[in-house]
Design a protein around this ligand. Sequence first.
Ligand code: AMP
Ligand code: GLY
Length: 429
Amino acid sequence: MKVMVVGSGGREHALAWKIRQSSLVREVFALPGNPGMEAVARRLPGDPRDVATLVRAAEDNGIGLTVIGPEDPLAVGVVDTFTGRGLTVFGPTAAATVLESSKVFAKGLMREHGLPTADFRVFDSPEEARAYVAGLPEGPVVVKADGLSAGKGVAVAAGKAEALAAIEEIMVLKTFGPAGRRVVIEEFLTGEEVSVLALTDGEEVLTLGAAQDHKQIHDGDRGPNTGGMGAFSPVPAYTPEVGTVVEERILKPAVRAMAASGRPFRGTLFAGLMLTAGGPKVLEFNARFGDPETQVLLPRLRCDLVPLLLAAARGSLAGLRAEVSRDAAACVIMASSGYPGPYEKGLPITGLEEAAAAGATVFHAGTARDASGRLVTAGGRVLGVTAVGSDLAAAAARAYAAVERISFRGAHYRRDIGGRRRGAARKEG
Ligand code: AMP
Ligand code: GLY
């Protein structure tokens, strides 16, 4: 069959790479894809948010399965249109995507159905939000804008003054646009953060595994948040016992709650969790694969992904299992100098063949070809250098050996991906 992957980042490169390995798949298409994906997919031009373009691409090329990477095409109803035309597509409907796009909806659903999450209040006026913060004891509190704001509408405030400033920015200055009409103010949770990715067909849940993301730009989790500077999997704190609790108390109840609310959810259910002393609690749900979590989860998947995606899309996941390797995977993001602020583009990239020879798989994100066909930088996060090893230290060492062979001017990467665990392993040894 022919499969089309929609999107152009590292997550989509990893999806296309994994899908290409399927014995069921004759050809992979990527719309619009990126230069790295050319090794595994045929690229098609177009805007992934343009539903008509996607439908035409699927129909003209005889695509048997379309897999949506980012949230924007989901939110504008690509899945609804495809399904209406009898096209097989993996991802939730627009109605179900609100689980990600509205924090107020997600928190309300969790409260109504008893899913563990931070205690919270919702406000639609800045006066009431300020008055509420004024009445809280001094200490950290979290303020979240109620809409898609590219992961930036969340303020983890150290105290009341910062929380008041966040309310001002979100609700009054409207820095995040219409997402700032309402805010969720919630309890600050502590613990280890973990991303869990599961496939669901609206009833059954099949967990692919857990990964940990490194959001801040600098080593030691310092500096501003980014789209993600690296990831690793598995996560030692995510034990089989924790996994069972997450499936029984969070993932399955979430899928049942979505069906009960008239928004049956099919696709990837991504739970961002805090492993607190009182058990795992939901920070947020996403309606798609994570980036860069996908880049470390798919290399560990021993089985064919395509039958699982098809079963999730068709409602026949019951009885299927995912075979996940015991090996560890680490992904180090190489970013443009200046990111997440302004950065230069068009800088030549070298060393990718040497990186592959060092045993890494390099997933492209912000890359392009210049007029002479040379590979150049074209985004903030440029490459996701990924490697597998018998344990996290081995995987990270192999990824870093490959990173050192790649160059572009000003390349920035964290040197501590998976580092905390590596430090602990040294102490034990
Ligand atoms: P979210 O988009 O809701 O996942 O929030 C973005 C990030 O803010 C999370 O990945 C956490 O690092 C942090 N965060 C969100 N909610 C909380 C909370 N209640 N307590 C502590 N940190 C939080
Ligand atoms: N890595 C977090 C996300 O994909 O939202």
